[in-house]
Design a binder for this molecule. Structure first.
Ligand code: UDP
Length: 374
């Protein structure tokens, strides 16, 4: 029932050049006592969104360190993922009616996943990512397995009913991992907690150096001219990333910098049914403007395509209203492309205002900073 994601082991040797020999030596030292333990990572999708990007790089590196780490994806129906996206949104502050029926659907499905896992291999440590599979621990705990809940979202201003529902489930874990101290709800402060910031993988296809002619070729293939300014946002189509706000920014920027083009590049995630509705709204908004390009993994933009867009853009926007971390910010900065991004969640950890780009808190500021950088 839980799909196994097939990734290989990857040596850390090439990372000495980017992370430094000391960091690699420290990782080897930390890994040594864990060799022999069986570790499982569970999340809700093998593609789409930062969690799958992180696991896609981390699991091979853990294996390269000699650890036994599996990655399994919980299955889910559209109804289940509609409830979990609502819960995700509510944990980030939106209102969502967590009715008895929705709670039941969420818990029943987590119970089924737990039962399927019980029938599979035994693990010494299970690391559960985000709210979708968070209740699996509740239905499966009790033996000597150690459980870690890894929260990737901003839960600093949650809807009270949503956090009341999730907290007791999460409190059962042996340890919690958050991206920022501020995201930790007050009632969980006495739990064992670690703060760990995500990071990009400089040696993944999304971040490897690309020859200029390949970048130009990919952009030309999408119909974008590199002779005119290009502003891009590369993100899931999600209300917290404010893609419609990005269209408004583009329109106002274009009044001052005629000829500017906009690319909205989005990956449709298996566990995010809301993305399709937002994609429809963006397409409706942009139908009369040939200089707005809406592109997805379904229309040919893979990791190398994202890499090319992050290199070729004049400015990368990340107009987030709430953000867990926002890997896209580091990805663009890594390529030396200026970023204009919402001052929210983990974004300021990656980019102090004025270093590599600007942090903004309003559409007006976003327009002004983008114009300044073009
Ligand atoms: N991404 C992608 N293709 C796209 C849009 C986004 O591969 O068309 C990737 C992006 O490069 C980043 C991840 O999806 O690696 C999004 O992670 P982030 O932390 O920025 O946001 P999340 O989706 O987890 O909220």
């Amino acid at each position: 029932m839980l799909r196994h994601v097939d990734v290989a082991a990857k040596s850390l040797e090439p990372y000495r050049a980017v992370a430094g020999a000391e960091v690699v030596a420290e990782l080897e030292r930390l890994a040594a006592p864990l060799r022999g333990a069986r570790i499982l990572q569970i999340n809700a999708t093998a593609y789409g969104g930062g969690v799958s990007v992180l696991l896609r790089s981390l699991v091979p590196l853990y294996r390269g360190l000699g650890l036994t780490v599996d990655w399994r994806v919980m299955p889910g129906t559209p109804e289940f993922f509609t409830v979990t996206k609502g819960l995700h949104n509510a944990l980030q502050g939106a209102s969502f009616d967590l009715t008895e029926e929705r709670r039941g659907l969420y818990l029943d499905h987590n119970r089924e996943v737990a039962e399927a896992l019980r029938r599979q291999d035994h693990y010494d440590v299970v690391i559960v990512h985000d709210p979708q599979p968070a209740a699996v621990r509740h239905f499966l705990g009790g033996d000597d397995t150690r459980w870690v809940w890894r929260c990737h979202i901003d839960t600093s201003h949650p809807d009270p009913a949503a956090i009341r529902f999730l907290e007791p489930l999460v409190a059962e874990y042996d340890a919690l991992v958050y991206t920022m101290e501020e995201f930790l709800p007050a009632d969980l402060r006495d739990r064992p907690v670690r703060i760990i910031t995500p990071a990009i993988d400089p040696l993944s296809p999304k971040n490897l150096p690309l020859p200029d002619d390949l970048v130009r070729g990919i952009l030309a293939w999408t119909g974008i001219s590199l002779d005119r300014p290009l502003v891009s946002q590369i993100s899931r189509f999600d209300p917290w990333k404010d893609p419609l706000g990005v269209v408004e920014v583009y329109r106002r920027v274009r009044e001052q910098v005629p000829g500017t083009q906009l690319a909205l590049v989005g990956q449709m995630a298996l566990d995010d049914p809301q993305g399709w509705e937002i994609l429809r709204q963006i397409q409706q908004e942009s139908v009369d403007d040939d200089d707005i390009h809406v592109l997805t993994n379904f229309t040919g933009i893979d990791d190398v395509g994202v890499n090319a867009f992050q290199r070729a853009s004049s400015v990368v926007l990340q107009k987030s209203i709430r953000e867990g971390f926002g890997l896209v910010v580091s990805e663009s900065l890594w390529k030396g492309t200026p970023v204009v991004a919402g001052r929210t969640g983990g974004i300021p950890l990656q980019m102090p205002d004025g270093v590599g780009g600007y942090l903004i808190e309003s559409t007006e500021e976003c327009v002004a900073r983008t114009v300044e950088l073009l």
